[in-house]
Design a protein around this ligand. Structure first.
Ligand code: FMN
Length: 409
């Protein structure tokens, strides 16, 4: 009987075997025969290092010779349609669900075939807990989404098969049979009696095994927080109608904001980087201390950007921070404080950030802009500098990220 394998020998898994297994797995059932999936193969150690935090640094990520990230993919089908005078409509949650179903079926078929070949593997559900880091690292475009990761290698352990509930627990004849207290007692008795499970209850100082799951392993707080992250990432990848329908994402009224100060040639600059779920969402930037610019106390490094809709329907962005004495101070009209040309470009760049383009690509795009005036070119390199900080945070070196002043263009 099979079991998940979490320790692997150093023997590589050949491209030839991997390709054969993936090709065979692709004959699994798939919606409309469209194959709504892609798989990203990771062998490079530095790429594994970048992915590991998304999987809470579970040791198998670095320990396995190969990682496979299975992604729901409506991108390819959409591109095919766009290249063939066809009008795709896959930027919605149903399409996400269909692509995710296709992907998991493909992934499971691959797992069966790989295990039959003697390979060992472990499914990492953490993929959907921290999807944005995976999306950024693997450069996953709009209309794709990581739904499963498999660590794969030749087994260096032979784990015992784990217990399962008896067949009656999950099989219903004709209609769904409710679970009475007596049935629950009977169905879970074996699992609860296992010494390893009793040990879990004991070391976690809980009364029941179920409490180990609800209070420690999968808590309401963690599930709720990660549901928000998941929902946001699915939306950013274009699966809720915001890809080509022209509808904009609703922007929260208040966004957390980092203040990034940096030196650009001779001038001191400041960037206000609005963050949604820790990721840059919008940016305002310009020269600090300019009479027309912005004065903020040196000690202030974060705050909030508030968006206000004025009576005439126009929008204004204010920066609010809490001073040392605990009072809220608001600087009104961030948009008017800076050169209007900066503001127009800032709007464009914020638009790109909002739609989830990977940061590396945003920075590459910004850095490639060739603008007429020196002023604008200086501004552009300032924005790129301010955003690089968030790219470093997402990389393993991010913990001790360089200061911005150290970064050369
Ligand atoms: C949705 C899902 C998420 C999982 N996530 C993890 C994980 O993050 N880490 C891990 O070690 N195992 C993970 N597993 C593997 C399960 O822990 C394992 O399948 C289960 O305990 C039964 O053990 P067995 O596969 O050896 O029969 C996951 C499995 C599934 C289906």
């Amino acid at each position: 009987m099979r079991a998940s394998v979490r320790k692997y020998t150093s023997q590589p898994v050949s491209d030839e075997l991997l390709n054969t297994l993936l090709e065979k797995a692709s004959h699994t059932q798939t919606m409309g025969n469209l194959q709504l999936y892609s798989v990203v193969i990771t062998r490079d150690e530095s790429m594994k290092e970048r992915l590991a935090p998304a999987h809470f640094n579970q040791p198998m990520v670095m320990g396995a010779p190969v990682l496979l990230t299975f992604c729901a993919d409506f991108r390819r089908t959409t591109d095919w349609a766009l290249n063939r005078q066809a009008n795709p409509g896959y930027n919605n949650i149903l399409s996400y669900q269909n692509a995710a179903t296709d992907t998991l079926l493909f992934c499971q078929r691959f797992c069966d075939l790989a295990e039959a070949e003697g390979l060992g593997l472990c499914f990492l559900g953490t993929t959907v807990y921290n999807p944005q880091l995976i999306i950024d690292t693997l450069h996953l475009p709009m209309l794709t989404f990581p739904v499963a990761t498999i660590t794969l290698g030749w087994p260096d352990e032979k784990p015992q098969p784990s217990d399962r509930l008896p067949l009656e627990a999950f099989m219903h004849q004709e209609t769904y049979a409710p679970y009475t207290t007596e049935r629950i007692d009977a169905l879970y008795a074996h699992k609860e009696s296992l010494p390893e499970n009793q040990h879990f209850v004991e070391i976690n100082k809980k009364e029941t095994l179920a409490q180990v799951f609800t209070d420690i392993r999968y808590t309401a707080e963690a599930n709720e927080a990660m549901s928000l992250t998941l929902d946001e990432a699915i939306r950013r990848q274009g699966f809720q109608g915001n890809f080509s329908s022209g509808k904009k994402n609703p922007r929260p009224e208040s966004l957390e904001c980092d203040i990034v100060r940096f030196q650009n040639k001779k001038d001191r600059w400041v960037a206000f980087v609005g963050l949604l779920n820790g990721r840059p969402y919008e940016i305002f930037t310009g020269i600090l201390d300019d009479d027309e610019g912005i004065m903020i106390p040196k000690s202030v490094s974060n705050g909030h950007i508030l968006r206000r809709v004025l009576k005439d329907g126009s929008r204004r962005y204010d920066f609010q921070f809490t001073n040392k004495r605990g009072y809220k101070i608001t600087i009104e009209g961030l948009s008017e404080r800076f050169n209007p040309e900066y503001w127009n470009y800032a709007k464009l760049i914020s638009g790109i950030l909002r739609y989830g383009m990977p940061l590396e690509n945003v920075i590459a795009l910004i850095s490639s802009l060739q603008l007429d005036s020196d002023n604008m070119n200086t501004w552009v390199s300032g924005v790129a500098k301010a955003l690089k900080r968030y790219m470093l945070q997402n990389s393993p070196e991010g913990e001790n990220a360089q200061s911005l002043e150290d970064i050369d263009d």
